[in-house]
Design a protein around this ligand. Structure first.
Ligand SMILES: Cc1ncc(C[n+]2csc(CCOP(=O)(O)OP(=O)(O)O)c2C)c(N)n1
Length: 561
């Protein structure tokens, strides 16, 4: 029996049976059989997005919100390359994307045929696995091979640490033919869930170190919201010998947790820094943004560093890594012998933080219209349960200067920190969520990914604030003014783009604010209106730069205990 296109027909069925229930389809011809197959599968929720770069980030946003795998389908050629930025981001964020790339048959590659390039393992350096399906499923073995690869690919994407997987699907003409009516009941392969725990001996070793190393610091990097982990962090922060540092993107917060590390470590005077040096450093989760923390820990080296729940092994950010601990932080750290020491380590940190809070509040209060005042107002006015999406560049950095709100969820594409997909990611997240979603972004990141508004799935729960300082303001924060003077425009890339026209072209609501006294009311209207809306706030890059540098001059004057 000839199983022509049976393999293609089975793909969405295997997906649905392995929990892949959403697919984003980008248009094309070579992928027509995949479009027929997915749109015919009753359990599959099919979305259509034209721009492949945006489609893939939209899928990433859905996977971030749901924790479930999302499939992507595109035609052959550069369409495949346009998925790449989001796939790289998904790889470093460990998000399960199933990427179906339609392809020409092998004999047509490098034969001057249209829309054709070498697609086998095309995302090699940032993909968990890549599979080439058979060009046709004629004999039983073809079909068995195709079904097995699809099931294996999904299982690979879902196994720890999760990640994106490519399935390259070469197909010969004819393309526009009906799929077979037959059902072949493809077999499913699944890896069972399993726990990883240290041996009793290893645990005893860790407990001995915990007891012998007096001053402990626990640093939380980027992490999805996790109540159990947050409870553990708050429990640890009450221990006199433990200091807990957590950036807002770790979604860890509490009264005794330091959630403004950039301000904190910028406030330490050289003479007093040694007082803040930990003996044991424990790092949990993904990357941190805070440069001052990295510099401090690279200079004031702890005797040991434990790394827990980092899906990328041997990440030695602080160059102190000694011990990698597989397993969950909540399983391991709860077994440590708490309350055995009388150290005042956390008290030293608490006193310093109290002083910083006073200086911080005084500096940010009553600021004139600027990216800083937008951040101050927004963080005060957001309703509980809001998911705050942050663009890379200064948007995420401004929020990191403020205490993290435990009732918010903070999200930012810090896997590869690109400015190219944050809007599409927020739009995908908002599509899959009923929570209020607020996206704070700079003007270049907004314009770069304005195609993120080019789809029929923009939820009313999506609100966007564009801090328009006419270019990449960050380069004026970090770079050397004299050195960059002559070529500054090549860094900041000022522009003439009318964001109002862009927003209205995509059918979203538009609001604008260019006066200090109107800011609070503008944000209030934005948060209240029941439609996807963009608030553009016009700010001055000179003032923003002065605010940012002034903020740290002010913090550096904090007296150290
Ligand atoms: C895809 C990509 N291209 C270039 C960069 C380098 N880059 C980092 S921040 C930035 C400027 C962003 O400007 P904007 O979004 O206006 O934010 P602002 O600096 O004003 O906060 C650029 C170009 C990047 N991170 N990602």
């Amino acid at each position: 029996m000839n199983h022509f296109r049976q393999g293609i027909k089975n793909i969405p069925e295997i997906c649905a049976r392995q929990g892949v229930k959403k697919v984003i389809i980008a248009p094309g011809s070579r992928n027509a059989p995949l479009i027929f197959a997915f749109t015919a599968q009753p359990e599959m929720e099919c979305l259509s997005i034209t721009d492949e770069r945006s489609a893939a980030y939209f899928a990433l946003g859905i996977a971030l919100q749901t924790g479930e795998p999302v499939a992507l389908v595109c035609t052959s050629g550069t369409a495949v390359l346009n998925f790449a930025p989001a796939i790289a981001e998904a790889y470093y964020q460990n998000l399960p994307l199933l990427v179906f790339t339609a392809d020409r048959p092998a004999e047509m590659i490098d034969q001057a045929d249209g829309q054709t390039l070498r697609q086998t393992n095309i995302y090699a350096n940032y993909i968990k696995a890549s599979f080439d399906l058979p060009v046709e499923t004629v004999v039983d073995a073809d079909l068995m091979f195709s079904d097995r690869q699809v099931s294996q690919a999904i299982d690979t994407a879902l196994s720890y640490p999760q990640g994106p997987v490519q399935l390259n699907v070469p197909m010969r003409e004819p393309i526009y033919t009906a799929l077979p009516d037959t059902h072949s009941h493809p077999k499913i392969i699944k890896t069972i869930a399993s726990d990883v725990t240290p041996t009793r001996e290893s645990l005893e070793e860790l407990q001995k170190s915990w007891n012998s190393l007096e001053k402990k610091m626990v640093v939380f990097g980027v992490f999805p919201k996790n109540k159990q982990l947050n409870d553990l962090a708050n429990q640890l922060s009450k221990e006199p010998d433990v200091v807990v540092i957590a950036e807002n993107l770790s979604n860890i917060a509490g009264d005794d947790i330091i959630t403004q590390p950039e301000s904190f470590f910028s406030s330490l005077s050289t003479e007093r820094k040694a007082n803040f040096k930990p003996d044991l450093l424990i790092t949990i989760g993904h990357s941190v943004i805070c440069k001052q923390l990295k510099l401090f820990l690279r200079e004031y080296k702890p005797e040991a560093q434990w790394q827990i729940e980092s899906t990328m092994s041997y990440v030695d950010t602080y160059r102190n890594l000694t011990t990698i601990i597989p397993g969950l932080a909540t399983d391991i750290l709860t077994k440590m012998p708490f309350g055995k020491t009388t150290s005042d380590f956390s008290e030293v940190y608490r006193k310093q933080m109290q002083q910083i809070t006073v200086r911080h509040d005084a500096f940010v209060e009553n600021a004139t219209l600027s990216d800083m005042s937008v951040t101050t107002h927004l963080l005060k006015m957001l309703s509980s349960d809001t998911v705050l999406h942050l663009a890379n560049s200064t948007s995420v950095r401004w929020t990191q200067l403020y205490p993290a709100r435990p009732d918010l969820t903070y999200v930012c594409n810090r896997g590869t920190s690109g400015i190219d997909g944050s809007l599409s990611t927020a739009a995908g997240y908002a599509y899959a969520s009923r929570q209020p979603i607020v996206f704070l972004t700079g003007d270049l990141s907004f314009i770069y990914d304005s195609n993120g508004m080019w789809n029929n799935y923009i939820g009313d729960n999506l609100k966007i604030i564009v801090m328009n300082n006419n270019g990449g303001n960050i380069f004026r924060f970090i770079g050397d003014k004299e050195l960059m003077e002559k070529s500054l425009d090549f860094f900041t890339t000022p522009h003439q783009v009318k964001i109002k026209s862009l927003v209205e072209a995509y059918g979203l609501n538009y609001l604008a604010c260019d006066k200090t006294e109107e800011l609070s009311e503008s944000i209030e209207i934005l948060l209240k209106v029941n439609k996807a809306t963009v608030l553009e706030v016009f700010t001055d890059s000179d003032l923003n730069t002065e605010n940012y540098k002034g903020y740290f001059r002010n913090i550096k004057m904090t007296p150290n205990p």
